[in-house]
Design a protein around this ligand. Structure first.
Ligand code: SF4
Ligand code: SF4
Ligand code: FES
Length: 369
């Protein structure tokens, strides 16, 4: 018997294809690794499987019920169907049920992030005539936190937000509360997030598949929805870790120069920060278009007032000043201090400038203290 299998094999069959798996892998992981599409809403590779949304159900030979691919471990010899009439019937019914208390127009449901449930309803042509119920999920309208807005109407209770908060952030500021159709996302005693252990990482916003957990400021400003923004990959400049983030830019904003409407994480597994960001990286982007931000170098004139200058002029004046100090007082009268907000390469260049150009070892970086 092999390490993985019970029948001397370490393969499973999905849609007639024989596929190898590693011990511990789920059916969904094997399928995704081999380019077989299985829809998901509550799945996130960073989180333990919850099997909550049931969109990933597959048929396994010999199993009476359909099984959630995200929460079923691959077992040698399994024969799995990911598409057939039974699965399709089930999936379309499930999606139709979700839509009985979920807004079906994108104008309402997609004021912020895209709504993957609506995408799925379209993709699988789910029935839209199963009636309508007002949602019984409740909000916390008194939560005055500045960043995170929860819309109970579009929540599908997949618990990605609460599991992320617990398993990735280790904070457990939000939780599932209530029973049955009243189950909602809440906090202890329905406190505002600022009165909980919440670290404002915004990860709950990022993992939400429907946009029910959204960023407050763009919603309050009435900014364009995320689908109409252009994503520009960048590196966070708040510390030296170098997390990758996506600036969501409205190209028409700021008099056609473009305006950053919000920051989102690149998809999980694509960058070193694996879809995670901290409060600064995700929310502290207002400085980009701040009216007091310096956008050109300034040089003090003879009267002591700042005047706009080109980079060449500014660098020439700075170099002359540094060389003047060195010539009058010696190289060790100079000191160079760099920042952990700079990249490793920039820090390297500062010490090179100090040691090789000005011949002093007076060079320091804030992270070294
Ligand atoms: S912002 Fe972060 S810490 Fe706060 S509730 Fe969301 S996931 Fe939890
Ligand atoms: S707020 Fe979003 S992530 Fe959280 S349970 Fe609702 S749909 Fe899922
Ligand atoms: S993705 Fe498997 S149950 Fe939700």
């Amino acid at each position: 018997m092999s390490e993985n299998g019970q029948n001397g094999t370490s393969t499973i069959e999905i849609e007639g294809r024989t596929l190898a798996f590693e011990a511990g892998e789920t059916v969904l992981e094997v399928a995704q690794r081999n380019g077989i599409e299985i829809p998901t809403l509550c799945h996130d590779p960073r989180l333990d499987p919850a099997g909550a949304c049931r969109t990933c159900l597959v048929e396994i030979d010999g199993w009476r019920r359909l099984a959630p691919a995200c929460a079923t471990k691959a077992n040698a010899g399994m024969k799995i169907a990911s598409e057939n009439a039974r699965i399709d019937r089930h999936r379309r019914s499930l999606l139709a049920l979700y839509m009985t208390d979920h807004p079906s127009d994108r104008e309402t449901s997609e004021r912020g992030a895209p709504d993957q449930l609506l995408d799925m309803v379209e993709q699988y042509d789910a029935p839209s005539d199963w009636g309508w119920l007002e949602t019984l999920r409740s909000d916390r309208p008194d939560d005055a936190n500045p960043y995170i807005h929860f819309n109970p109407d579009t929540c599908i209770v997949c618990a990605r937000c609460t599991r992320y908060c617990d398993e990735v952030e280790g904070v457990s500021a939000i939780t599932l509360a209530g029973r049955g159709s009243q189950t909602t996302i809440s906090t202890v005693d329905r406190l505002g997030l600022l009165d909980t252990t919440c670290e404002m990482c915004g990860g709950c916003i990022d993992v939400c598949p429907t946009g029910a957990m959204g960023e407050k400021t763009p919603l309050m400003r009435g900014d364009k929805p995320e689908r109409e923004l252009t994503k520009v990959r960048s590196t966070c400049n708040f510390c030296g870790v170098g997390c990758q983030l996506d600036l969501n830019v409205d190209p028409d904003g700021n008099d056609g120069k473009g305006r950053v409407v919000k920051v989102t994480s690149p998809p999980t597994g694509t960058t070193t920060n694996d879809g995670n960001l901290c409060v600064k990286g995700r929310f502290a982007y207002d400085f980009i278009n701040h009216e007091e931000r310096l956008t050109t170098p300034l040089i003090r004139n003879a009267a002591g007032e700042f005047e706009a200058a080109s980079w060449d002029e500014a660098l020439r004046v700075a170099a002359q000043g540094l060389m003047g100090v060195r010539d009058r007082h010696g190289a060790d009268a100079l000191a160079f201090v760099s920042s952990s907000r700079c990249t490793m390469e920039e820090n390297y260049l500062v010490q090179k400038l100090s040691r090789a150009v000005f011949r002093t070892n007076n060079v320091h970086q804030c992270a070294a203290t």
